[in-house]
Write a protein that binds this ligand. Structure first.
Ligand code: KIV
Ligand code: ZN
Length: 528
């Protein structure tokens, strides 16, 4: 913690767009990342780690776009302890209101020997050079000793002293492989404070992975030991088993403030919407019994519980569903609602639309209202996100499809697409089922051999007339792209999602340039 800070204030550092985006199968395009970052700002996070700018041109573009457009939170870019990474990270974040460079270097012997193939001595030089380099661009520099919890603590302390000497303002202690247990992680931080008393003058941060299901528990142990920044991701996504889940961290600190005494700047009623947007865009569904945001997190099955909650909510509920935004479905529009009512309902949800976007959203709303008795806030949110996605789309768009399906004959589909250059393309194909036939027909129309990698179908709300939503990941010549679609007709939702995923994969393929490979950095010879 820094002396000027409220000693109980915990900074929420969101890494959904960096560590979260490293989850297998997730591939967000820059406009989707911007949409998530804007929602994270509404959620009131303190720092958004927007990406790893050296990783690809798409990552760079996304971080730069977020730095330029998202106000409020600090915008951080990740960099290995490598001068090219630091330059690229700075280029990407420099237009932010408050930019940060986050640089890291492994300190465990196992990483130093096998991954980096160098020595402890090299690490000391790399850390000194990289923090100094980052500091030459910006005052706000975070340093992480990767695999800290499996590192020799005396060596880690030596490394941290160097990072602090060179001006790091946040020191993050990653449990990179999710190996620690809470009392051990807390003790590790306590010992670091003893070995490096200067840590008391900066912000100490926790970054815990969930391989043993302990990411949130370990993060809490770190906060109790004195850390005041917690790194986490929406829905707990991230490398392997993921990161500490932001919704659990925020609600843990809010609900048990009586016991823990910590505060955050989070706007808790934005939690549910943030979770839905991330789930929809990443294609990672939320398990029904997931704490805070799972479908059943506030559902009561047993008669005794239901009876208790009806009499007094707090008998079996420790949190109010409204406090995490799970009451938003109470907003309802009927089929006769006008353009103004739609605009106002969206505005209440924090979504401002006008002009042509409002016209298109209104047209979609009317189509849905004709098929559904009531259109809820969650329907509107899904529908508008879908429309905004269409506007920001790069590449192909779906014009129409015909599909014949029967239990007695093989299905057959015909599709029409608009190509990026304006040409109309048609294709037809048979398949194992109607959706498979549509996907193949899209491949025929575009002449692109896209391969389906992930496919999720869900319903936006309950009820037989619910909107269907689909999330798809495809691969085109080694490049993945994801796409989502929302419609009352599930085949339509699938076709839209597939065309978007294919377009995103093609965009990635066509914009890939041979940047330096992402391998462990080699020692730097001199301070830049
Ligand atoms: O888990 C980890 O060690 C990381 C670092 C880059 C902070 O994500
Ligand atoms: Zn991590």
């Amino acid at each position: 913690m820094t002396p000027s800070m409220d000693p109980n204030r915990v900074l929420i550092f969101d890494t959904t767009l960096r560590d979260g985006e490293q989850s297998p199968g997730i591939s967000l395009n820059p406009s989707e990342k911007l949409e998530i970052a804007q929602q994270l700002a509404r959620l009131g996070v303190d720092i958004i780690e927007a990406g790893f700018p050296i990783a690809s041109p798409g990552d760079f573009e996304a971080v730069q776009g977020i730095a330029r457009k998202v106000q409020g939170p600090i915008i951080a870019g990740l960099a290995r302890a490598h001068s090219a990474d630091i330059e690229r990270a700075w280029e990407a974040v420099k237009d932010a209101e408050r930019p940060r460079i986050h640089t890291f270097c492994s300190t465990s012997d196992i990483h130093i020997k096998y991954q980096m193939q160098n020595t402890r001595e090299d690490v000391l030089g790399m850390v000194r050079a990289s923090v100094a380099h980052a500091k030459s661009y910006v005052d706000d520099v975070e340093f992480s000793p990767m695999d800290a919890t499996r590192s020799d603590i005396e060596f880690t302390a030596e490394v941290l002293k160097i990072a602090l000497d060179e001006g790091a303002t946040t020191i993050n202690i990653p449990d990179t492989v999710g190996y620690s247990v809470p009392q051990e992680y807390g003790a590790f931080l306590t010992r670091l404070y003893e070995l490096v008393p200067e840590l008391r003058d900066v912000v100490l941060s926790v970054h815990c992975h969930d391989d043993l299901g302990l990411a949130v528990a370990n993060s809490l142990a770190g906060l109790i030991a004195g850390a005041r920044q917690v790194e986490c991701a929406v829905n707990g996504i991230g490398e392997r088993a993921g990161n500490a889940a932001i919704e659990e961290i925020i609600m843990l600190l809010a609900t048990r403030q009586d016991e823990l005494g910590f505060t955050t700047g989070a706007v808790t009623k934005e939690i549910a919407r943030t979770s839905r947007i991330v789930s929809r865009l990443t294609g990672y569904p939320v398990q029904p019994n997931k704490a805070i945001i799972g479908r059943n997190a506030f559902a009561h099955e047993s008669g005794i519980h239901q009876d208790g909650v009806l009499k007094e909510r707090t008998t079996f509920e420790i949190m109010d569903p409204a406090s995490v935004g799970l009451d938003s479905n109470s907003l309802v529009l009927g089929k006769h609602s006008g353009r103004h009512a739609l605009q106002q309902a969206l505005s209440e949800m924090g979504i401002e639309v006008s002009g042509q976007t409002l016209n298109i959203a209104f047209k979609r709303f009317k189509e849905i209202a004709d098929k559904k008795k009531q259109v809820t806030a969650m329907d509107l949110e899904a529908l508008v996100t879908d429309e905004l996605r269409e506007e920001a789309a790069v590449g192909y768009s779906l014009e129409w499809f015909d599909v014949e399906s029967s239990s007695r004959r093989p299905p057959h589909a015909k599709v029409s697409l608009r190509a990026p250059d304006g040409r109309e393309l048609e294709g037809s194909f048979g398949g194992d089922g109607p959706i498979d036939a549509v996907f193949h027909a899209i491949n025929v129309a575009t002449g692109i051999d896209a391969r389906l990698r992930e496919f999720n179908i869900g319903a936006v709300t309950g009820g037989h007339d619910a909107l269907g939503e689909t999330s798809i990941v495809v691969e085109v010549e080694g490049f993945t792209g994801s796409g989502q679609g929302v419609s009352t007709d599930i085949v339509d939702a699938c076709a839209r999602a597939y065309v978007r995923a294919l377009s995103n994969a093609v965009h990635r393929r066509d914009h890939a340039t041979a940047l330096e490979p992402l391998e462990a950095p080699q020692p730097l010879s001199a301070t830049p």
